[in-house]
Design a protein around this ligand. Structure first.
Ligand SMILES: Cc1cc2nc3c(=O)[nH]c(=O)nc-3n(C[C@H](O)[C@H](O)[C@H](O)COP(=O)(O)O)c2cc1C
Length: 333
């Protein structure tokens, strides 16, 4: 086994519940000593076609680090992080040390927030997210998190831009093939890999879900019909929601991206209490024609790191995406 203590295993399990692009779970852990680990970036889990600079990989690892910090606090440890990576392509991202404190915070809310967080893509109400709720989920960090109502100038721009960028991306073969590699259509593949996107995770439910689980495979993702259905789906998603939340950072060095991933996850962990769904829609940031002009078009300074569609739900579904068990991503030094 991994030789980790019960608390370390629990903390890493909670960390593994964090979100990641295509659910690649791009993190690894190398154990240095008890409560001292290196967090690594797993090249096998990079997405070169949509994320050639590993920007999203580092944002996802940032979210993972935030979950480590929250879960560690619950068990009475404090996280200290030393960033090791100089560039986004370095494999050793940072060294984590958990120091025992005398004040554990065994508030079950902390753990429940992590366990119940999930991306929701369907069922948004057509109601603007209220000012107070935006203030709550962002913890009033308005310098880095910016809300735009659906019918604002920026909201309309994001809607049209997301549709156009999706259209471009679905016809970019490398991006579509990469997506195909990360979809686990069959139950067998889902169990074998415990990562990637499943029909349930993509909210293909009922008969359609049963059909695709049994009859779809990698090749179907590359057909014209699938690409067209993807665009139609996105058109529908951006037509009904409660607004957009944009997260910016001053720069895009490794530390900025990890910090922004942490900020994103902190916001995400507070959203369910307000019945607010969060859906990262990253297409604009992945298509070169759009990514360069998005900050200016929205009137924002800094770099746009997340484009999130948000909105109220009547019922909040429970998480269903796959995760690798802790001992699959931990190794000894
Ligand atoms: C950096 C980043 C980018 C993402 N981009 C998208 C996206 O463009 N479209 C989408 O539907 N989900 C996107 N997601 C959400 C992931 O697909 C989701 O987190 C993952 O499948 C795990 O599901 P869960 O968050 O419900 O646990 C993104 C997540 C992260 C962290």
């Amino acid at each position: 086994m991994t030789g980790l203590s019960r608390h370390e295993i629990e903390i890493l399990y909670m960390a593994s519940l964090s979100p990641s692009g295509h659910n690649t779970q791009p993190w690894g852990i190398r154990i240095i000593a008890p409560y001292t680990w290196i967090i690594t970036s797993d090249e096998q889990r990079w997405l070169p076609a949509v994320d050639p600079e590993q920007r999203e990989t580092l944002l996802s690892i940032g979210a993972f680090i935030e979950n480590v910090a929250v879960a560690a606090k619950y068990y009475g440890y404090e996280l200290s992080l030393t960033i090791l990576a100089k560039t986004s392509k370095d494999r050793d991202i940072g060294q984590v040390t958990l120091k025992k404190t005398n004040n554990p915070d065994p508030d079950p809310l902390l753990m429940n927030r992590i366990k119940r967080r999930r991306v929701v893509r369907k069922g948004y109400m057509a109601m603007e997210v209220g000012e107070k709720d935006v203030a709550y989920i962002t913890n009033k960090d308005f310098a880095r998190m910016h809300y735009f109502p659906p019918h604002s100038r920026q909201g309309r721009y994001l809607r049209e831009g997301t549709i156009e960028a999706t259209r471009q991306q679905t016809y970019r073969s490398s991006a579509q093939e990469e997506l195909a590699n990360w979809i686990r259509w069959s139950d067998d593949d889902a169990l074998r890999f415990r990562d990637g996107l499943t029909p349930e995770g993509m909210e293909i439910n009922g008969f359609a879900g049963w059909y695709v689980r049994n009859f779809y495979n990698r090749e179907d993702v590359l057909t014209k019909a699938f690409r067209e259905a993807t665009v139609r789906n996105v058109v529908q998603q951006v037509s009904t929601h409660g607004g957009w939340l944009i997260i910016t950072s001053d720069a895009s060095a490794v530390g900025d991206l990890l910090e922004t991933g942490r900020l994103f996850e902190r916001m995400f962990l507070r959203s369910r209490e307000k019945m607010i769904a969060v859906h990262p829609m990253t297409q604009i940031l992945e298509e070169p024609q759009w990514q360069n002009m998005i900050a200016t078009a929205l009137g924002l300074s800094g770099r746009v790191q997340f484009i999130l569609r948000i909105g109220y739900l009547e019922t909040y579904p429970d998480p269903i995406t796959l995760r690798r068990p802790v001992n699959w991503f931990v190794r000894r030094a």
